[in-house]
Design a binder for this molecule. Structure first.
Ligand SMILES: *[C@@H]1O[C@H](CO)[C@@H](O)[C@H](O)[C@H]1NC(C)=O
Ligand SMILES: *[C@@H]1O[C@H](CO)[C@@H](O)[C@H](O)[C@H]1NC(C)=O
Length: 627
């Protein structure tokens, strides 16, 4: 019945629109009537004669008739009462389907005046259709243990009426397993769904009979039903169950490949294949999949690669246990990697100098360095030190940076270079350490003057020496290095007996060898005092001087000279007088002689060479007294 109406409705609609079109063109005044659908033939629609301004009898006399077009035979004129009546049953749904307002238009011709009147009849809906389902019964299969809240679609009902007369709501017979929920579709239709409210157990109740009722809002309400049979499917009842929901393990990072980390265990009391559990990783990040291997049958988790705490500290994995029936569950697996002190500290010399000037003030920076340890916690806590017998110290700047600085002035003349061993040690157990060597040269500063080997010098030279003879040398040493230690010698300017000293003595500026420029005469002078200066070549140069005493040594180069008695100029012999009565020992005279030399060379002795009367006179050997 419903199907047939639907087909007819299609053509009815088309016709209706044509009618509406013609009316609009004629622009004639409209007569409106309202008639409910589904009335008996001859139902009064409207008093047409009155509305046309005629007596009822005039309808026939003046040839008033409905211009018959298509559907208009639904209506007829009653010439006795002068009214418009229905010509048969009118089905609104057939004419207008789901359109909410259903209008029919016709024209009435008054033949004698050839006047046309438009009449519009609105067909009112009555609740003549009940909601209906296409099927009488539907079957829905639901697995036992389906989770509560799961939804299952139910069939839709249809009601061709409009407005309140059309489908308004659904009802489900009350039961403890299912409830009804209706979803509104965007096109206004309603989709009923079954919602699982109570746990199903096939063993308790294998089928559930439900009744879905669709209701409209007419007066009286009409309804249609469909019975719903819910079949509970038997399933692999038991999901494998892990012994723990989370498996947690801490492993040291240096585990060997192939070591078992833990074993997961899921049990399934089902029999046969439904109870056989297979393990697999689920949603495992690639970093973890390279490291861990899961034995699908034993549940053993092995290390396959190598762990590195410094890269990853925590692996989180999901392990699935699935039985042969396809039921599965998951458990979490957390592997915490524990740091092992496997990284020695690293020392990075950020900048350093290989030479520092002696006498630099304490605090002069030798190197800037950074220490690091990849491990964490105590294993990564690094302290840095140097031997404490060195004139250096380490000062922490910020973070892991250290400054190596001098803690006192250095003296190159004491230590020319240092090998500084830097040691960085972590706090691990056992601790690991790293050493780095810094070689530091101490650069020379001209801080030492040349020093003569003696505090003063005495030199001796025999008189009558050959000119240009070297007779002495002085040496000054300088503890500095290179040009700071290069010594040149010179003599301080002075004069000796009116002549410059440089005319007597010269010094080789490189060797410190002294030369006599003239032949010395002891009798002229026998001692020289001079200053020798030693300079180094530093900038500025340093110097020191030393006194040098030169002693001229006597040579027996002068004959004694008899001063008395003076030899007479006339060639005769000198005369000394002595009395005849002179006793033996009487001092006759004294020979006086001098020698310009000195010492033994001037030590005179006297002898008689010739005497006329030997034995009468004697001369004192040392006194020169003649007696
Ligand atoms: C798994 O756990 C069950 C129950 O605790 C136990 O009976 C079984 O021996 C375990 N299997 C393994 C491999 O540890
Ligand atoms: C050398 O010594 C003298 C005497 O002590 C001193 O007067 C002089 O300045 C010194 N000369 C140098 C260059 O040291």
């Amino acid at each position: 019945m419903a199907n047939r109406q639907l087909l007819l409705d299609r053509s009815g609609m088309v016709l209706l629109y044509i009618f509406l079109g013609t009316l609009r063109e004629s622009g004639a005044g409209q007569i409106r009537y309202l008639v409910p659908e589904e009335t008996e033939k001859g139902f009064f629609v409207g008093n047409i004669s009155k509305d046309l301004g005629l007596e009822p009898r005039e309808l026939a006399e003046r040839g008033v008739r409905i211009v018959s077009r298509g559907k208009t035979q639904l209506f007829a004129l009653n010439p006795r009462s002068g009214s418009l009546i229905t010509a048969g049953r009118i089905d609104r749904e057939e004419l207008c389907e789901a359109v909410s307002s259903c209008f029919l238009n016709m024209e009435i011709l008054v033949e004698d005046t050839l006047k046309i009147y438009g009449v519009e009849v609105e067909i009112m809906d009555i609740n003549d259709n009940a909601p209906s389902f296409q099927e009488e019964e539907v079957e829905i299969k639901v697995s036992e243990h389906t989770t509560l809240g799961s939804r299952f679609p139910l069939p839709n009902a249809r009601d061709p009426d409009v407005g309140m007369n059309s489908l308004q709501r659904y009802q489900l017979n009350p039961n403890s397993y299912f409830s009804l929920q209706v979803r509104d579709r965007t096109d206004g239709a309603k989709n009923p769904e079954l919602v699982l409210e109570g746990s199903l157990d096939r063993e308790t109740q294998a089928t559930h009979h439900l009744l879905l009722t669709a209701l409209d809002g007419g007066d009286p309400i009409r309804q249609g039903t469909v019975s719903v049979r819910v079949v509970v499917l038997d399933v692999n009842d038991h999901i494998p169950k892990f012994t723990q929901s989370t498996y947690e393990v801490s492993v040291p990072e240096n585990l060997n490949s192939g070591t078992r980390v833990l074993t997961v265990n899921a049990t399934d009391p089902d029999e046969g294949i439904n109870g056989q559990v297979v393990y697999s990783f689920r949603n495992v990040e690639s970093k973890a999949s390279k490291i861990f291997q899961l034995n699908s049958l034993s549940g053993d988790v092995l290390i396959e690669g190598s762990l590195d705490f410094e890269k990853y500290r925590l692996y989180e994995m999901e392990i699935q246990a699935q039985d042969g029936g396809g039921l599965s569950t998951t458990a979490k697996m957390l592997v915490t990697v524990v740091d092992v002190n496997d990284n020695a500290p690293e020392i990075t010399i950020t900048s350093s100098t290989n030479s520092v000037l002696e006498n630099s003030p304490p605090g002069t920076v030798i190197a800037l360095l950074n220490v690091q340890d990849q491990d964490s916690g105590e294993n990564g806590q690094v302290s840095c030190f140097i031997p404490n017998n060195l004139p250096f110290k380490l000062e922490k700047t910020y973070g892991n940076y250290y400054k190596l600085i001098t803690n006192r002035a250095l003296d190159r003349e004491q230590v020319q270079s240092y090998d500084i061993t830097l040691t960085a040690t972590d706090q691990g157990s056992p601790p690991l350490s790293t050493e780095t060597l810094i070689l530091l040269n101490v650069a020379d500063d001209n801080d030492n003057p040349p020093t003569f080997t003696d505090s003063s010098y005495s030199a001796y030279i025999l008189e009558n020496n050959p000119r240009g003879a070297s007779f002495f040398s002085v040496t000054a040493l300088d503890q500095d290095s290179k040009e700071n230690a290069q010594v040149t010698y010179s003599l301080a300017e002075d004069t000796l007996q009116g002549a410059p000293l440089s005319s007597y003595i010269s010094i080789n500026s490189d060797t410190g060898i002294l030369y006599a420029l003239c032949s010395f005469d002891y009798e002229q002078f026998h001692e020289l005092q001079l200053w020798v200066t030693a300079h180094d070549s530093g900038n500025p140069p340093l110097s020191s001087n030393v006194s040098l005493s030169i002693f001229v040594l006597d040579q027996n180069d002068n004959v004694p000279e008899i001063l008395y008695p003076a030899l007479p100029m006339d060639g005769s012999t000198g005369v000394e007088l002595a009395s005849r009565s002179a006793e033996p020992g009487y001092l006759v005279t004294k020979v006086v002689a001098v020698d310009r030399d000195s010492g033994q060379n001037a030590w005179l002795s006297y002898r008689l060479l010739k005497a006329s009367e030997p034995g009468l006179f004697a001369v004192g050997l040392h006194t020169g007294e003649v007696r």
